[in-house]
Ligand binder design. Sequence first.
Ligand SMILES: *[C@@H]1O[C@H](CO)[C@@H](O)[C@H](O)[C@H]1NC(C)=O
Ligand SMILES: *[C@@H]1O[C@H](CO)[C@@H](O)[C@H](O)[C@H]1NC(C)=O
Length: 170
Amino acid sequence: MLVAISLLMILGACQRAEANATGPINWYQKHQNCGGKMQSPIDISTKNVVHDPFLELFNLTEYEKTSGVIMHLANVGGHTARVLYSGTAVYIRGGSLPDKYQLDQFHFHWAKEDLTGSEHSVDWKHYPLEMHIVHHQAGMGTLQSAAARPHGLAVIAFFFKVCRRYSLST
Ligand SMILES: *[C@@H]1O[C@H](CO)[C@@H](O)[C@H](O)[C@H]1NC(C)=O
Ligand SMILES: *[C@@H]1O[C@H](CO)[C@@H](O)[C@H](O)[C@H]1NC(C)=O
């Protein structure tokens, strides 16, 4: 039953992608870096994931830093909301990253329907909203110059769920 549902979802995703010539499945036609094995968006297949006991935890304590940190909220082209960082640098460490990485911005991916909002998926299930926190390798100049390097960027993604019930803490 589960297999059948997954297959239906895969077929559905392929049909949607093929119906649209500019969809991810056709990106390789115009962009030579696409079509390989590391192309975004990715589907995380839980039955194929392998636990790596050597993976370190992320150290995100500097996300709490506010002194001298400037945050600028922008509507980017009418398709996403982005918060750009400047001022005092904020870094993440750990997570088995080769270096510390400086926070540049965070932004959101969503859609008209909750079933298609996230960029990535888990077992072909998409979430209503996905947040990306974008960092570049410390000492590699700007986000743009670091992006050209193999480990220049680190992006942490969070999936969001819509809940019926919520409570406000007092
Ligand atoms: C194909 O997808 C792109 C990007 O998502 C969108 O802008 C465009 O309108 C779509 N075209 C069709 C024919 O659905
Ligand atoms: C996390 O990084 C901060 C510096 O940003 C450091 O002071 C702290 O000790 C680190 N915590 C852990 C658990 O490594």
